[in-house]
Structure formats: structure tokens, C-alpha cells
Write a protein that binds this ligand. Structure first.
Ligand SMILES: O=C(O)CCC(=O)C(=O)O
Length: 161
């Protein structure tokens, strides 16, 4: 997406033992042009995810339906539901990074172990893009002040107490 990007959302998914399959879903709520939600455009946002522990099919590997970011939502949902496009579990070692298009259908899977499974996801967008689609927790000001200018320049988060 070029050099002029910023991180504007982050989150952490932590399924515990007893968790269930998520519904298959995408990670965006507001297409750039709402009047033409299936318009194919170059990506203007990407999601970067990494585990804070090894992630396997036992503790809840995210499952992804490849190529579904290039289809209309209806077609993608239909082809995944019919089994025409299989969901692939993605195992991650610590240090691995999963980069995905937020329009790609995916779901979380159950954690059958006793240890919580932690997946951190950071959304990067082109600098001009903002959608206010989520409430974002503020970064504590002391933490913000400890960052370099370069680090601050690739983040767009509220800064609070
Ligand atoms: O926790 C997971 O494996 C799925 C995460 C997810 O659905 C998401 O990041 O939108």
C-alpha cells in the first residue's frame, strides 16, 4: 500500500477452552463507496496478525477462505457455505505474521486446550482513509511519549491519560 500508511485499529482475540466456532465474517463494516460495496479497488487497508503463543488447530487456528476478497459478498458467502471454497486453518509460530485483506471471509475456531490463545491484529490503512468503524482505546500518554517520531508517524490512535 506504499509508505504513507498508518495503524488505526488494533485488537486481541483470546478464545478460551469451551469457545466455539465464530460465524464466517469479514473485518470491515463500511466499504469506501457504500453505493457500490462490491467495487474492486486496490487495497486501502490490510490486517496484520500475529500470535503471542504458537497457534495450532488445537488451540484455535483462524480459518481463511482464500480469494473471497475478490468476489461479491453474496457470492463469497454462498461459495463458502456450499463448500466450494474450503476454509483453511492457519497455524502460526511465534514470530510469524499473517497479512490479510479485511474483505477475506474467515472465522475463529475453538480452543480445546487449557491455555488461552492470543492473536493480536493491527489494521493498517492508507493515510487518507478513516471510517470510525470502531471505538479505539487510547494509548497512555506516557507510552506515547516514549515512542520515537518514526513510530508515532505510523500510528493514528487517540492518546489519553
Ligand atoms: O481469533 C481468531 O482466530 C479470529 C479473529 C478474527 O475473526 C478477526 O480478527 O476478525
Amino acid at each position: 500500500m506504499g509508505e504513507r500508511i498508518v495503524a488505526d485499529q488494533w485488537g486481541c482475540d483470546v478464545p478460551l477452552r469451551g469457545s466455539d466456532y465464530q460465524d464466517v465474517h469479514v473485518d470491515y463494516q463500511r466499504p469506501l463507496f457504500e453505493e457500490d460495496p462490491d467495487l474492486h479497488l486496490p487495497p486501502y487497508m490490510l490486517l496484520v496478525s500475529f500470535g503471542l503463543c504458537p497457534i495450532t488447530t488445537s488451540n484455535g487456528a483462524i480459518e481463511i477462505a482464500p480469494g473471497t476478497h475478490r468476489m461479491s459478498r453474496d457470492q463469497a458467502v454462498h461459495r463458502v457455505a456450499s463448500g466450494d471454497i474450503p476454509l483453511h486453518p492457519i497455524s502460526l509460530e511465534v514470530g510469524d505474521v499473517l497479512i490479510r485483506h479485511p474483505w477475506t471471509l474467515h472465522r475463529g475456531t475453538p480452543n480445546s486446550t487449557e491455555i488461552p490463545r492470543v492473536l493480536v491484529s493491527v489494521r493498517y490503512v492508507r493515510r487518507w482513509y478513516a471510517d470510525g468503524s470502531r471505538e479505539i482505546n487510547a494509548i497512555p500518554v506516557t507510552l506515547w511519549n516514549s515512542l520515537t517520531l518514526e513510530q508515532r508517524e505510523i500510528m493514528r490512535f487517540p492518546v489519553g491519560d
